[in-house]
Design a protein around this ligand. Structure first.
Ligand SMILES: NC(=O)c1ccc[n+]([C@@H]2O[C@H](COP(=O)([O-])OP(=O)(O)OC[C@H]3O[C@@H](n4cnc5c(N)ncnc54)[C@H](OP(=O)(O)O)[C@@H]3O)[C@@H](O)[C@H]2O)c1
Length: 301
């Protein structure tokens, strides 16, 4: 199955802009169209990709027109917009698109308590079901799970590092290791899925650059920035408190729920649907990636 004509949704975002970069630099010579909201204030596509604007609520007819002639539609839409994906999928079916890549790019296992407390994951879960229900129409799909974004997780507090206060909240002794993936590797994986379309059809695939822990990240942060205040929490009470806060409407605790699941993901290289080798992803190590990640945060990028 040859996938050459690509529509990218959310190509102006954190991940989407890197997907666009790797699509443009691929020797596969994709023809790329970027689908963006009419009201979007994000910077538009660099040269090499055309832009199609649609109304903010992504009307079906406009989507079908935008997808007409496309082989694949990639969604790198934000968490805030991911509920629109049912419309994207239905329009793909009507426009006879061959492959849809949903905006997954995170956890694989979605425990019921997480689906109940974090609507975004219920959406991701429902989209998986919706895609499976459309297989008989000829639309294929690939969901790419990468557990946690490495650089973002360090920068934005997801891994429990508070840069403003120089404070770290370590869960247990901070030594639990979980899979992480750099944004660049995630973007490369999207392009490789298109290039290896037969082997990746109708699958959830797992990718990871390496495993890391809060303790080893903190050690490197302190090497560059001096001593941090460290608070330690036992996993279960820490998670239960976060769940309680979310139930009371304190949504700032939502990322803790996600981190709790990400932290317990285990080594994905040992899983059957691990796809690093299949996709030929670059080999990366914590030692090589951590320095630039911290420097970039300190320089405010
Ligand atoms: N694993 C992890 O640790 C991790 C971390 C962060 C994100 N993610 C996942 O990665 C995917 C992409 O996230 P991202 O951070 O790259 O997204 P983002 O930069 O926040 O947004 C991507 C694009 O979505 C479009 N969009 C549509 N509706 C929107 C709305 N209501 N609000 C804001 N933007 C909207 C915008 O494109 P236009 O303006 O061009 O329409 C925007 O540029 C998501 O599935 C997210 O869950 C995973």
């Amino acid at each position: 199955m040859s996938l050459e004509r690509i529509v990218l949704i959310g190509g102006t975002g954190n991940l989407g802009s890197l997907v666009l970069k790797h699509l443009l630099s691929s020797p596969s010579q994709f023809s790329i169209s970027l689908l963006s909201r009419r009201s979007s204030t994000s910077p538009k596509a660099p040269s090499g990709g055309s832009v199609v604007e649609v109304d903010n609520d992504y009307p079906h007819a406009q989507l079908v027109e935008a997808f007409h002639g496309a082989d694949a539609v990639i969604s790198a839409i934000s968490m805030a917009g991911m509920h629109h994906q049912q419309k994207f999928i239905d329009a793909c079916v009507e426009a006879k698109v061959k492959r849809y890549i949903p905006t997954e790019f995170g956890l694989d296992d979605l425990p019921q308590w997480l689906l109940d407390l974090r609507p975004m994951f219920k959406t991701k879960h429902d989209i998986r079901d919706h895609l499976a229900s459309k297989e008989s129409t000829g639309l294929t799909w690939t969901s790419i799970c990468c557990n946690a974004f490495f650089e973002m997780g360090i920068a934005n507090g997801f891994f429990q590092f508070d840069w403003k206060e120089k404070k770290a909240a370590l869960i247990g002794d901070g030594s639990a290791k979980w899979p992480v993936t750099t944004l660049d590797t995630v973007a490369i994986a999207v392009v490789k899925v298109l290039e290896k379309s037969e082997a990746t059809a109708n699958k959830v695939i797992l990718i990871q650059d390496f495993m890391t822990s809060q303790a080893e990240i903190l050690e490197e942060i302190e090497k560059q920035t001096g001593k941090w205040n460290v608070e330690r929490y036992d996993f279960e009470p820490w998670l239960e408190e976060a769940k309680e806060k979310v139930k009371q409407g304190q949504n700032e605790s939502l990322p803790k729920l996600t981190f709790a699941v990400a932290q317990e993901a285990g080594d994905w290289r040992e899983k059957e649907n691990s796809a690093n080798e299949l996709l030929g992803l670059p080999l990366k190590t914590f030692d090589k990636e951590i320095g630039p990640a911290i420097t970039s945060i300190r320089e405010g990028h």
